[in-house]
Ligand binder design. Structure first.
Ligand SMILES: [Zn+2]
Length: 228
């Protein structure tokens, strides 16, 4: 926890159960990089941070090596792990859906009710009930895009502070509903697994397409004494 306070912070606001929680993070989880100017999904997690102590500890817990991140923006260090899954503990996960227009944020909801502006918060937003229909609306520019933000701690070292993972994956948004249901049932004190799953399918033209999708799974009750 002290690590988080000693370093430049990246505040994140999560809406959980109607209340906003402001969190500061010490590092960010990603699973892509840019090769020849093209985004490429990778099978293992990468963790960016601006703190060499955090980078070393992540490399120790998750396994991997630290490199300087020349491409990925403001975090100068990147831990290239050899792991597609990490055990994470109490945190929050929420999907925000946003549609931007020429005058700014036009529609901000969780798929069911508005999250902003304050005057509209909690009122039905009118988005379709099915995720597939929401995705279609977003593709046409008529509906908001999903954006899932997870804030969590590493099970291997609780005191290091919060990490963040952000994804616009609709598949992840779908699993978030289930995980949030489980988290609510388990009093928000749940050990979870954040992992990357390979997905492969054949197109109509016979081409094989593969990609990685992020998945969150609830493993069981979180026990601090077991966190090391
Ligand atoms: Zn909506």
């Amino acid at each position: 926890m002290t690590v988080a306070l000693e370093h430049p912070c990246k505040p994140e606001v999560l809406a959980l159960g109607g209340t906003s929680i402001r969190r500061e993070v010490v590092g960010q989880f990603q699973f892509g990089c840019v090769i020849d100017n093209r985004p490429v999904a990778l099978p293992d997690w990468r963790v960016t941070t601006d703190d060499s102590g955090v980078a070393a500890e992540v490399a120790r817990i998750v396994g991997g090596r630290t490199e300087s991140a020349l491409i990925n923006g403001s975090d100068p260090l990147e831990v290239v792990t050899e792991s597609p899954s990490v055990q994470v503990g109490p945190g929050g996960i929420a999907t925000h859906m946003k549609l931007w227009g020429s005058r700014g944020l036009m529609h901000h909801c969780d798929g069911v009710v508005f999250l902003s502006p304050d005057g509209a918060r909690g009122r039905p937003c009118g988005c379709p009930r099915l995720m597939a229909d929401r995705k279609e609306q977003a593709k046409l520019g008529r509906g908001p895009q999903s954006n899932t933000v997870a804030i969590f701690r590493l099970a291997g070292n609780y005191d290091m502070g919060d990490f963040r993972f952000q994804s616009i994956s609709w598949k992840l948004a779908e699993t978030v509903r289930d995980v949030r249901g489980e988290l609510a049932a388990l009093d928000d004190s749940t050990l979870c697994e954040l992992s990357l799953e390979a997905v492969e399918f054949g197109t109509k033209s016979g081409r094989r397409v593969s990609y990685y999708k992020p998945v969150v799974k609830a493993l069981g009750p979180w026990r601090l004494e077991g966190a090391g």
